[in-house]
Design a protein around this ligand. Structure first.
Ligand SMILES: NC(=O)C1=CN([C@@H]2O[C@H](COP(=O)(O)OP(=O)(O)OC[C@H]3O[C@@H](n4cnc5c(N)ncnc54)[C@H](O)[C@@H]3O)[C@@H](O)[C@H]2O)C=CC1
Ligand SMILES: CC(=O)C(=O)O
Length: 316
C-alpha cells in the first residue's frame, strides 16, 4: 500500500447514508480531501456545494468536490455506501443480487483507476458485499473492511446504557455475526464498567434477563423500526463510518466490531462476518477471538450458515 502525502477519502454513493457520513467527516475534520462520487452526478455536485458551505463553521479545512473514479487513484480510503436500500418489509439479504451487480461495476472502475488503499463498505447486505469487494478488487483481506455489526454494537451499548443509567461508553459488549436478522449478543462477555452483566443482575433485583433479552430484540430489529417510521436509517451508520475512518486514518488500533475475513478464527474460513477486530492504518490488524459459550457458538454458526446460503446465489 502506498502512503499518500494527502489524506484523501473517496465516498461512492452520496445518498442518505453517504451524505450523513460526509457531514460527519466535515465536523470531525479527519480528511484533507473528500471526493464525492455517485451515479447521480447532480446529487453529488449538489451535496459537495452544500457541504462546502459548512466549512466556515467547522474547525478544520476539508477540500470537498464531486469527482469521478479517476480521483480514487490517490486515495487512502474508499468508503462505499452506493446501491439499493431496504424498503419497508425487505430484509438486508433481499438486496444481495441487485447490489452485487452494482458493486461489480463500481469496484472494477476503482481498481482500473489504480487504487491501492483501504476499502470500507456499508452497502447491504454488508457482509456479503464486503466479501464481493475483496474478491473483485484482489486487495489483501486486511484492507477490505465492512461496517459489520459496528452499528448494532452501538445500538446495544446505547440501549444498555439507558437501562442501567450508565454512560454507554462504559458499557462493554459486542453484537457479532451477520449485520442482520441472525446476529447475536455476546452476553457472556458483556460488562458494565468491569462488572459482568450476570453479576449486575444478581446484585440488583430491579434488573432482569427478560428485559435484557428485550433490549437485544430492539437492537436487532432497530433498522425495521426506523425504516417503518421514516423510510431509511442513516445518521447512526454515518457516524459509525466516521468512527471507523478515524480508527484507520489516525492509526488508532481501536477494537470495533467490523465485517472481517475469517481465516480459521472462530473455526470458520472464507467469509466476511461481524467480529471484534483491531483497526489501524493498515486496515484490520487482527481479529479478536472471544471465548463464546455453547449457546453463543451455536448462534454464531447459525449466522455463518445463513450468510453462506445467501452467498450461493451470487456469481463471483
Ligand atoms: N451497514 C449498515 O449498517 C447500513 C447500511 N445501509 C445501506 O447503505 C446503502 C445505502 O443506503 P441509502 O444511502 O439509504 O440509499 P440511497 O438510495 O439514499 O442512496 C444510494 C445512492 O447510491 C447511488 N448509486 C446507485 N447505484 C450506483 C452506482 N452504480 N454507482 C454510484 N452510485 C450509485 C444512488 O444514486 C444513491 O445516491 C443501502 O444498501 C443500505 O441498506 C444503510 C444503513 C445502515
Ligand atoms: C439499514 C441497516 O442496515 C441498519 O440500519 O442497520
Amino acid at each position: 500500500m502506498r502512503h499518500k502525502d494527502i489524506n484523501r477519502v473517496a465516498l461512492i454513493g452520496t445518498g442518505a447514508v453517504g451524505a450523513s457520513y460526509a457531514f460527519g467527516m466535515l465536523n470531525a475534520g479527519l480528511a484533507e480531501e473528500l471526493v464525492m462520487i455517485d451515479l447521480n452526478k447532480d446529487k453529488a455536485e449538489g451535496d459537495a456545494m452544500d457541504l462546502s458551505h459548512c466549512l466556515p463553521f467547522v474547525s478544520s479545512r476539508t477540500k470537498i468536490w464531486a469527482g469521478d473514479y479517476n480521483d480514487c487513484k490517490d486515495t487512502n480510503l474508499v468508503v462505499i455506501t452506493a446501491g439499493a436500500a431496504q424498503k419497508p418489509g425487505e430484509t438486508r439479504l433481499d438486496l444481495v443480487s441487485k447490489n452485487c451487480m452494482i458493486f461489480k461495476g463500481i469496484i472494477s472502475a476503482i481498481m482500473e483507476a489504480g487504487f491501492d488503499g483501504i476499502f470500507l463498505i456499508a452497502t447491504n447486505p454488508v457482509d456479503i458485499l464486503t466479501y464481493v469487494t475483496w474478491k473483485f478488487s484482489g486487495l489483501p483481506k486486511e484492507r477490505v473492511i465492512g461496517s459489520g455489526t459496528s452499528l448494532d454494537t452501538a445500538r446495544f451499548r446505547y440501549l444498555l446504557g439507558d437501562y442501567f443509567n450508565v454512560d454507554a461508553r462504559n458499557i462493554h459488549g459486542y453484537i457479532i455475526g451477520e449485520h442482520g436478522d441472525s446476529e447475536l449478543p455476546v452476553w457472556s462477555q458483556t460488562t458494565v464498567g468491569t462488572q459482568p452483566i450476570q453479576r449486575v443482575l444478581k446484585k440488583n433485583q430491579q434488573y432482569s434477563m427478560r428485559e435484557l433479552d428485550e433490549i437485544f430484540l430492539n437492537t436487532r430489529d432497530a433498522a425495521y423500526h426506523i425504516i417503518k417510521r421514516k423510510g431509511a436509517t442513516y445518521y447512526g451508520i454515518g457516524m459509525g463510518l466516521v468512527r471507523l475512518t478515524k480508527a484507520i486514518l489516525k492509526n488508532e488500533n481501536s477494537i470495533i466490531t467490523v465485517s472481517a475475513y475469517l481465516d480459521g478464527q472462530y473455526g470458520e474460513n472464507d467469509l466476511y462476518i461481524g467480529v471484534p477486530a483491531v483497526i489501524n492504518r493498515g486496515g484490520i490488524r487482527e481479529i479478536v477471538e472471544l471465548d463464546l459459550n455453547d449457546l453463543e457458538t451455536r448462534q454464531f454458526k447459525n449466522s455463518v450458515e445463513i450468510l453462506r446460503k445467501s452467498m450461493e446465489s451470487i456469481q463471483l
